[in-house]
Design a protein around this ligand. Structure first.
Ligand code: MF3
Ligand code: CO
Ligand code: CO
Length: 274
């Protein structure tokens, strides 16, 4: 039998908090736009990181949330502003002077900023020059998977509906969904409850309510869903070294549906009614 449960009250944001999330979300989205003309063959991922860092700190007067985040036993804190995940890197790729982008690469940039105490978290894929038909299709499927997950969001639906919609679509395209990493509640806390799985059963998990804020960020693999963590304890790669792609938005559940807080001008979001 399926089961659902109610969210703890603290996960429901007030109108004032949602307004601050809107501001943070817009700043995060702007970075993905701002960095676009800088992404080309011959550029290192560290150069992209530096540009994003300086823009967040000096232009946006905001805080890069990833910088210094996530120290744990056996793992140093993340030392950069963005995650740069190229080709078979699934997520949490570390910007590096020696990682030079080349024609045909696919790159995910994931950025999280803090403004006025609230987080905005988003990521997208970029193609360097021209890439394969497969790589293009993988990126498109990852984006559409995210949109299909977002499209289920409204008061009264469940967290499980999101993962179900994503998994069903991705597997129908003969790709796989990463299991070990998920979306998350977000607000003053970077990674809060609930965990938003990108696979699973409809009508299971937490019931969505107006004012909940969380991310949806499916990672889609061309081969098997299994991943491996590198020795740096951050970089996640596909187990079979085939390509991986990801898209992420931060959103809020509205009275009748969903509002995407990290929307960019280049996106066609006409299917989503807030
Ligand atoms: N932005 C990532 C997410 O979507 C988290 C990155 S944590 C970092 O949740 F420390 F690696 F930056
Ligand atoms: Co992110
Ligand atoms: Co996230």
């Amino acid at each position: 039998m399926n089961s659902t449960y109610q969210a703890p009250r603290r996960l429901i944001k007030t109108a004032d908090e949602i307004e601050k999330m809107r501001v943070a979300g817009k700043l995060a989205a702007e970075i993905l736009d701002m960095i676009k003309p800088h992404i080309k063959a011959g550029v290192s991922t560290l150069e992209l990181d530096t540009i994003c860092h300086d823009y967040i700190v000096n232009t946006q007067n905001a805080i890069p949330a990833c910088l210094g985040y996530g120290a744990a036993p056996g793992r140093n804190a993340f030392q950069h502003t963005i995650c740069t995940s190229v080709n078979h890197v699934v997520c949490h790729g570390i910007p590096s002077e020696s990682k030079i982008l080349k024609n045909g690469d696919i790159l995910n940039i994931d950025v999280t900023v803090i403004k006025d105490g609230y987080h905005g978290d988003t990521n997208m894929m970029y193609v360097i020059g021209e890439t394969s038909i497969l790589a293009n299709r993988l990126c498109n499927v990852a984006q559409e998977a995210m949109y299909r997950g977002i499209a289920t969001v409204k008061p009264g639906s469940s967290i499980g509906d999101i993962g179900h919609a994503i998994q069903k679509y991705v597997e129908s395209e003969r790709f796989s969904v990463v299991r070990e990493y998920c979306g998350h509640g977000i607000g003053t806390v970077f990674h809060d409850e609930p965990q938003v799985l990108h696979y699973g059963q409809a009508d299971t998990g937490m019931i969505l309510e107006e004012g909940m804020t969380f991310t949806i960020e499916p990672m889609v693999n061309a081969g098997v869903w299994q991943t491996r963590l590198m020795g740096d304890k951050w970089t996640v790669v596909t187990k079979d070294h085939k390509l991986s792609a990801q898209y992420e938005h931060t959103l809020v559940v509205t009275a009748t549906g969903v509002e995407i807080l990290t929307a960019r001008p280049d996106e066609d979001l006409s299917r989503f009614t807030a």
